[in-house]
Design a protein around this ligand. Structure first.
Ligand code: SF4
Ligand code: SF4
Length: 177
């Protein structure tokens, strides 16, 4: 389904707070993005697709899932457009509309991170990575390096709960998670 140009770009602006309609395709965002080589659409192309109303294309794109929210694009953009919040909106839309994440392992890591914060109030790397490996069905990659980190005490074996964990849980409840 292709929405009208105006409605889709307006929705993106309203949800992200970023003035994507001011983009004049100078491509400075693309030139500075550290992960552009891995994306199917470059950051400037993502904005162009938004302005063209290509919602279906964008919800299936790998670009939002590979964005690392470094904010380089927002710093370089002459119109102050930050693509990290725009990419977040596209990811949220994909999930809300039942579109499978284009980068399943990235989504698995997001879920594991969120679960770790909910459980401990902070990240516990070991349990988070174990959950990630189960979700991603990727048990053995980097396992030797992980064991080295545990042996050297770089990754604590036992988790530590923060004080006032209930406040963190209240935030989760507010977002319906
Ligand atoms: S830097 Fe800004 S104006 Fe230039 S292409 Fe990227 S989003 Fe558009
Ligand atoms: S915030 Fe995302 S899109 Fe922007 S430069 Fe960083 S990785 Fe690229």
């Amino acid at each position: 389904m292709i929405e009208t140009v105006t409605s889709f770009s307006e929705i993106i602006e309203a949800r992200s707070g970023e003035p994507v309609r001011t983009c004049y395709f100078c491509q400075k965002c693309t030139a500075g993005c550290p992960v552009v080589h891995a994306m199917d659409y470059q950051p400037a192309q993502v904005v162009r697709l938004i302005l063209l109303g290509r919602k279906d294309t964008l919800l299936r794109s790998t670009a939002p899932w590979l964005c690392v929210s470094c904010e380089t694009c927002g710093t370089r953009c002459p119109n102050g457009i930050r693509l990290a919040p725009v990419m977040d909106v596209l990811k949220e839309m994909a999930l809300q509309e039942g579109v499978a994440p284009a980068e399943k392992k990235v989504y698995a890591l997001h879920q594991s991170f969120i679960d770790s914060i909910r459980l401990w109030g902070r990240v516990h790397e070991l349990s988070m990575l174990m959950e990630y490996k189960l979700r991603a069905i990727d048990i053995f990659t980097d396992i030797g390096m992980g064991l080295q980190l545990i042996i050297k005490g770089k990754i604590p074996v036992l988790p530590e709960r923060i004080k006032n964990l209930e406040q963190v849980k209240a935030l989760y409840r507010r977002t319906g998670r």
